[in-house]
Design a binder for this molecule. Structure first.
Ligand code: SF4
Length: 234
């Protein structure tokens, strides 16, 4: 497939996704402070999910502050994640981002920045040389201040399955493709739709036979044509 063909396929896929999973009118995250935004983005590849928000609220309720979360054991945090059916390996990501901030600020309190405008947050997080990029991109995406969708593990897996990038493609390559495919669509709306699709159908074990993208997806086409061929032999 040529680059142009890949772009064309992704454009179709993006249009179908956004049509099927429209963003709710009212964003639920308007009043979150920076630490809450960072926590949500670190807790899950799908920061819009109710489960991610509930896990974050539980940590705020059960721990004295984010510093106590930072020094808690990974195992303990993994148990919290599991309680909300979130991937437990994100516990170490949460600890990492809290540690990065703590090392520079020597505190983890809501007054880290004057405000949560996208420009302020971009400048603030950009000041850390070692801040995980997917979390930074997700925070900015959350605030609608980002033109690139976060190249999280989930987004990379989905994009690879569709067949428009090879396994191991760089975050830059994936983000460039989405930028071109999204056109005038809000990157946040595209990211939201991918997240929903990866929860509902394109899971770790994808439900290709139920998927409306199957005719635009290499993985899905292979899966379903194999099943049809087997059925024909029987
Ligand atoms: S057809 Fe399967 S692999 Fe492709 S997007 Fe749908 S669920 Fe994912």
């Amino acid at each position: 497939m040529t680059f142009k063909q890949k772009q064309s396929r992704l454009k179709t896929v993006v249009s179908l996704l956004v049509k099927n999973y429209p963003m709710p009118q009212k964003a639920p995250d308007e009043k979150l402070d920076l630490l809450q935004l960072v926590a949500l983005a670190a807790i899950s590849d799908d920061p819009y999910s109710g489960a991610a928000m509930q896990a974050m609220r539980r940590m705020e309720r059960d721990y004295v502050d984010w510093n106590e979360v930072r020094v808690s054991s990974t195992y303990e945090l993994e148990e919290v994640f599991k309680a909300y059916h979130l991937k437990p390996d994100h516990a170490s990501m949460l600890k990492t981002v809290l540690q990065v901030i703590f090392e520079r600020e020597n505190k983890l309190t809501p007054d880290l920045t004057a405000d949560t405008s996208p420009d302020t947050i971009r400048a603030y997080l950009g000041g850390y040389g070692n801040f995980p990029r997917t979390v930074q991109d997700a925070v900015l995406m959350f605030l609608d201040g980002q033109r690139d969708i976060p190249a999280s593990e989930t987004v990379l897996r989905f994009t690879t399955r569709i067949g428009v990038v090879e396994p191991g493609a760089t975050a830059n390559a994936v983000q460039l493709l989405y930028k071109k495919a999204a056109g005038a669509k809000s990157p946040r709306a595209v990211h939201y739709a991918i997240c929903r699709h990866c929860v509902e159908l394109c899971r770790e074990k994808p439900l290709c036979r139920k998927c409306f993208l199957v005719h635009h997806c290499d993985y899905g086409t292979k899966q379903t044509s194999g099943k049809l061929a087997k059925a024909a032999v029987r």
